[in-house]
Design a binder for this molecule. Structure first.
Ligand code: SF4
Length: 330
């Protein structure tokens, strides 16, 4: 009997120790004090057998000395791979990037309708408008106004020695004719007869020119006649370019004074010097050219027609164009 009680008491003490280890400080147990009054408590500390502790300790609760430490995994045991860990998660059920890519492999962006720009929306190549068309209207060069007179120009020429041709001249051959003429003739340079008389187109070539003028219904007194150079070149050669460039400004000043409606340039030298071109007269003749807004008709020189009368027909054709133009202005 005493041994049974001792066993019970020992069990209670073991449970108290267990509860103390669990952190329980007060145990609400209503036990009659008398129940323990007569019970001698053995002061010696008793060791609790392992098999008895295990009766009160949950199998999954580790106790010092009561439960074996968890077994470390064997070093040779292969660690679970990341893929195997992911396999157990929901993430593994999501498509991987490649798999997700495969989802969109056959996906195609809905094609947007191609809208062709209308003709109005098409960019157009901008055309650069020249100032002549916009700001200033038609500013094709016009003959400059002149306030000087022919007499003043001649006074300016004076006893001219501006070019080498002055050395062989007899007289300076100035322009002559009607200062209000609608038609002006311009030749190359004076010949022997002109050099002697000091007047343009007075030789045989001049007589042919008079016939040309009359052929279009005009008289010599109606027109104005001049030359690029006013001094006779030696041997009736053509004036050089520097010679022509030196003397030409006097003629241009006279053109600005007279302001003719049409200028007939006679021969290659006169044509190229007035129009500042190297194109031959055979290509330019028959069509009006332009000099500061003045119609210019290139045709053969009368001296050339004397040498080649077959060219008279073409000259006649050119003069008919001049005649019709002048008649159209009336
Ligand atoms: S051709 Fe003319 S520039 Fe030359 S000397 Fe005679 S007037 Fe002067």
């Amino acid at each position: 009997m005493n041994s049974d009680f001792s066993d019970i008491l020992a069990d209670v003490k073991e449970q108290i120790l267990y509860l103390q280890e669990l952190g329980v400080e007060n145990l609400a147990v209503d036990l009659p004090e008398i129940m323990f009054a007569d019970v001698p408590v053995q002061p010696q500390k008793q060791t609790i057998p392992q098999e008895k502790l295990e009766r009160f300790v949950p199998v999954d609760l580790p106790l010092p000395g009561a439960v074996k430490p968890p077994q470390r995994s064997n070093a040779n045991e292969a660690k679970p791979s990341r893929s195997s860990l992911l396999e157990s998660t929901k993430l593994s059920r999501l498509p991987s990037l490649p798999k997700r890519d495969s989802i969109y492999t056959n996906y195609q962006e809905p094609k947007k309708p191609i809208i062709q720009p209308t003709e109005k929306e098409m960019p157009t190549k901008k055309t650069v408008e020249t100032p002549t068309e916009t700001l200033f209207g038609d500013i094709s060069q016009t003959l400059p106004e002149s306030k000087e007179t022919v007499e003043e120009i001649r006074a300016d020429i004076g006893n001219c020695t501006r070019c080498p041709l002055h050395e062989g001249r007899t007289k300076i051959v100035h322009s002559t004719g009607n200062l209000q003429a609608d038609l002006m003739f311009i030749g190359e340079a004076p010949g022997a007869d002109e050099d002697q008389k000091g007047e343009p187109f007075v030789g045989r070539a001049g007589q042919l020119l008079n016939k040309i003028i009359e052929a279009i219904g005009m008289k010599r007194e109606d027109v104005f006649i001049g030359n690029i150079n006013r001094c006779r070149p030696p041997g009736n050669r053509a004036p050089t370019l520097p010679e022509a460039e030196t003397c030409k400004p006097f003629l241009l000043r006279e053109i600005s004074v007279v302001r003719p409606k049409v200028i007939v340039v006679l021969g290659n030298t006169a044509c190229q010097n007035l129009l500042n071109t190297k194109v031959g007269i055979t290509k330019l003749r028959g069509n009006f050219q332009d000099y500061y807004g003045v119609k210019v008709m290139p045709t053969f020189h009368p001296a050339y027609l004397l040498r080649d009368p077959s060219k008279k027909r073409e000259t006649w054709e050119d003069m008919k164009i001049v005649r019709d133009y002048l008649n159209g202005l009336k």
